[in-house]
Design a protein around this ligand. Structure first.
Ligand SMILES: [Ca+2]
Ligand SMILES: [Ca+2]
Length: 294
């Protein structure tokens, strides 16, 4: 009897260790566990039990606070700051915490500050270079002729530029004058030869009768049908300007009209062609080159 009693007394704690007593100590449904979109009950002893529910939006098992069928890591940026630090925010499109990243402001720029403490990358196309003073991509590599550029551009120093609005050199090379004037008579009294001068005007309402008001005039070459000048001037050419070129015969007291030619405006064809050769009835030939000022 003594032994059996001892056995019985010692058996109670022993049984409790291996049987019902241990089960009763674990509190069921103490926690949840999430795995592949399903949450399970977990008892206080850490054992995974029955399925609690299917998580419609999945669940974030990595985050203890939201392991129970909560698809959202965050609802406000404050939650993310608490979790990770001050430079985190809640991306409300996916409800996930993300680290603040500065968006570089580099659209249209190939150098210079990007607004985020860095510099904008040189992402100019192949064959283009980044102009470090303007931070604009420029086709510095390419053109050798004006035709290499776009319809409104010309080639200057191997780069394409807008033609209108910039300066050009006008060079008057030669002018040829007919033997007789509009009346079939000699240009000067006594059968004298003309003394031609070429003048350039801007935006005239009528053909000028003298060099007054001209942008530029050549010198006068005395007594010749074939004047050679090789005289140049520089001026800006705009698409909105009309140019008038007038040839005069310089007489003793006034200017005798020979012939004129109008450009309204000086065309892109002419600029790309580098000038013009005018051939008229009395100004039988006028050769003018027009080249961009570099
Ligand atoms: Ca005359
Ligand atoms: Ca003369």
């Amino acid at each position: 009897m003594r032994y059996s009693l001892i056995l019985l007394l010692s058996c109670v704690p022993f049984l409790s260790l291996i049987g019902g007593c241990a089960v009763e100590d674990c509190e069921p449904e103490a926690d949840t566990y999430c795995d592949e979109g399903v949450s399970y009950w977990v008892d206080s002893c850490g054992d995974i039990g029955l399925k609690k529910e299917d998580c419609l939006y999945g669940c974030l098992a990595l985050l203890d606070d939201h392991s129970d069928c909560d698809p959202w890591e965050c609802r406000t940026s404050n939650e993310c700051m608490d979790l990770y630090g001050g430079d985190w925010f809640c991306d409300l499109t996916v409800h996930i915490c993300k680290k603040e990243t500065c968006a570089p402001q580099c659209t249209g720029w190939c150098c210079g500050a990007d607004g985020c403490g860095g510099t904008c990358p040189d992402d100019c196309p192949v064959g283009w270079d980044c102009n470090m003073s303007t931070c604009q991509c420029e086709d510095l590599s390419g053109c050798t002729t004006h035709d290499d550029c776009g319809p409104n551009d010309i080639c200057v120093n191997a780069g394409c530029e807008a033609a209108y609005g910039r300066e050009f050199w006008f060079t008057v090379e030669t002018a040829d004058v007919s033997q007789y004037d509009q009346n079939g008579a000699a240009w000067d009294v006594g059968g004298g030869m003309p003394d031609p001068r070429i003048c350039f005007y801007l935006n005239q309402s009528s053909v000028p009768i003298s060099p007054t008001g001209a942008e530029f005039c050549t010198s006068t070459v005395d007594d010749t049908f074939t004047a050679t000048y090789n005289e140049e001037f520089r001026d800006s050419i705009f698409a909105s300007d009309a140019w008038l070129v007038v040839a005069f015969d310089e007489d003793l007291t006034d200017w005798e009209y020979i012939e004129h030619y109008e450009f309204d405006p000086i065309s892109m064809d002419l600029l790309k062609g580098g000038g013009f050769v005018f051939e008229g009835d009395y100004l039988t030939q006028l050769v003018v080159t027009i080249d961009p000022v570099e």
